[in-house]
Design a protein around this ligand. Sequence first.
Ligand code: SF4
Length: 279
Amino acid sequence: MPREIQIANAAGFCFGVKKAIQKAETMDRAFIFGSLIHNPQEVARLASLNKKIVHSLEDVEDNRVVITAHGLDINVIGRMKERNLEIIDTTCPLVTKIYNEGHKLEAQGLQIVIIGDPKHVEVKGIASRMKNPIIVYHEEDIQNVPEGSRIGVVCQSTLLMEKFDRFVGVMKARCAEVVPVNTICKPTKDRQTAAALSKTMQIMIVIGGRNSSNTHKLADTCKMNLPNDTYHIETAGELDPKWFEGKNKVGITAGASTPDYLIEEVISKIRSYDELVPA
Ligand code: SF4
């Protein structure tokens, strides 16, 4: 009997990344500034189509440049303008919304706190637009938020929902006023919620780049329910038929940077085990 394979109802590319890639694909050649997506296979595919990801303005060998869905540090954009580069801006509207929420909090006289990875291009982009932001990544970073201060909190769009609530709770105990605006985007929330599929499956395959933080977070969520039967892979080639022995219910999810073709390859490989490995 064929195994039951269920794909999480929110998995793979989010609309922001999809739109950015489609835009780059319409160009003959493109220099894409920063990490468009955290998926090595898709990055290689784009490179084969003459779409090059660069991390420094010196590497842009054209008079135009693409800003990714995650946005960019406003000072770097300033340098692009000084060089008279044509800027193709694919910043996701849900990232722009974080900038706007931050400005609204600042207008209320609040100190901005950003929960997120300070090395991530999106967090750098948000921070560069605020007056004097404090970035909090680990719980101990909350010590840098002055006691008794009045703060407005926003966060990276791909943060774990549980982390936002937990950190805000700690900050409430130390600050005079905390105005939290949860800026985790809906596609991220949907993917995190959909990982609950792992509650009803016997094995979970999580597909996505090893450099993709949102894929790691999905795998962590699945591991809470299936600590020994959750596997994070990048491609179908990493699947091991032994994992599927005696497993009849297979769940699949994928990070926001995982293209559909990689998901489809994984599904067809697992299908090929139906005859080979007893469920
Ligand atoms: S993860 Fe969310 S904010 Fe980021 S590009 Fe996708 S939809 Fe936009």
